[in-house]
Design a protein around this ligand. Structure first.
Ligand code: NAP
Length: 282
């Protein structure tokens, strides 16, 4: 039976530290604040937003929401971004994506001030992750994978790590953050030949491929640590991951659950980034 690497203990430890840093700022007269910018009202955006607001309230971070209708012109969104950039009382910005199809997402991302890019969406933040300069912020989900591995003291230096997926939101930045820990990282994509063999080679397997239960027993071996980033909702509203949990759990040494794993930690990373942005902008 595998050890279940639950997100809650990671979240508890992170929130305690973030709340203390937030209180220290408040005592100095700075209340860290997050701007939530949402166009339209997609179901999954709304539930993530509720979680973010709840987490912010818990640690003392203020939230200001900027809501636009689904058919808002791009100029209206760019004006909101400009207001967030200008406002010294706002330290971070969460911009929900994907944006509606009539908007140029790259242009909107580029308009955001990198110092307030707590979700790691600007090229400046990604450059910071890739060049390891400490500038900007890593995308929150990629950072959440690292937080879980660190919390459970999974050895990374010299470990063989396979990351399945290469998106700029999860796979690629996660691979870079793991490389920073001196892991030997292999990144897989949809053209990877013999994916099961590449996965079995890994000591640590991070799966962010967006395919429900795609990683089964043929990709796994005893002794592995598995981080499942995938989130899928079935017709009954049940959540599951990219890893076939029932097949994996009897085989591997440890695995993150879905729900209750990476997704739980992602919000805490975002809130910590807001506090860190406020510390940097002070
Ligand atoms: P994405 O943009 O669709 O990227 C998926 C990646 O997986 C791509 O690089 C793709 O390769 C690769 N891939 C697809 N099929 C593959 C295959 N058969 N073999 C190897 N690689 C394959 O997805 P994403 O945004 O990175 O998200 C990944 C998953 O994480 C999704 O389930 C998403 O819902 C979840 N997610 C969770 C959180 C959280 O907080 N827990 C946050 C964001 C996303 P190509 O590049 O070749 O197409």
């Amino acid at each position: 039976m595998a050890i279940i690497l639950k997100g809650t203990p990671v979240v508890t430890a992170m929130n305690r530290e973030t709340a203390a840093r937030c209180q220290a700022l408040i005592q100095q007269g700075v209340r860290p604040a997050l701007a939530v910018v949402r166009v339209g009202a997609r179901e999954d955006d709304l539930s993530y937003e509720t979680g973010v607001i709840r987490r912010c309230e818990k640690v003392g971070v203020a939230v200001r929401r900027f809501l636009l209708p689904e058919d808002a012109p791009q100029a209206a969104l760019e004006e909101v971004i400009a207001r967030v950039n200008r406002d010294p009382a706002l330290h971070g910005c969460l911009l929900f994506r994907p944006l509606p199809r009539h908007m140029d997402e790259a242009a909107v991302r580029a308009a955001l001030c990198p110092a307030k890019d707590v979700d790691g969406v600007t090229d400046a933040s990604l450059a910071g992750v890739f060049a390891n300069t400490g500038a900007g912020f890593a995308p929150c989900t990629a950072q959440a994978c690292l937080e879980i591995l660190r919390h459970y003291q999974v050895p990374l230096s010299g470990a063989r790590v396979t990351v399945v997926g290469r998106s700029l939101v999860v796979g690629k930045p996660a691979a870079m953050l793991l490389d920073r820990e001196n892991a030997t990282v292999t990144m897989c994509n949809s053209r990877t030949k013999n994916l099961p063999a590449v996965c079995r080679e890994a000591d640590v397997l991070v799966v962010a491929m967006g395919r429900r239960a795609a990683i089964g027993a043929s990709c796994l071996r005893p002794g592995q640590i598995v981080v499942d980033v995938g989130i899928h909702v079935d017709a009954e509203g049940r959540l599951s991951g990219d890893v076939d949990f029932a097949a994996a759990e009897p085989v591997v040494e440890a695995i993150t659950p879905v729900p209750g794993g990476v997704g739980t930690v992602t919000t805490s990373v975002l809130v910590r980034h807001v506090v860190e942005a406020a510390e940097r902008l002070r």
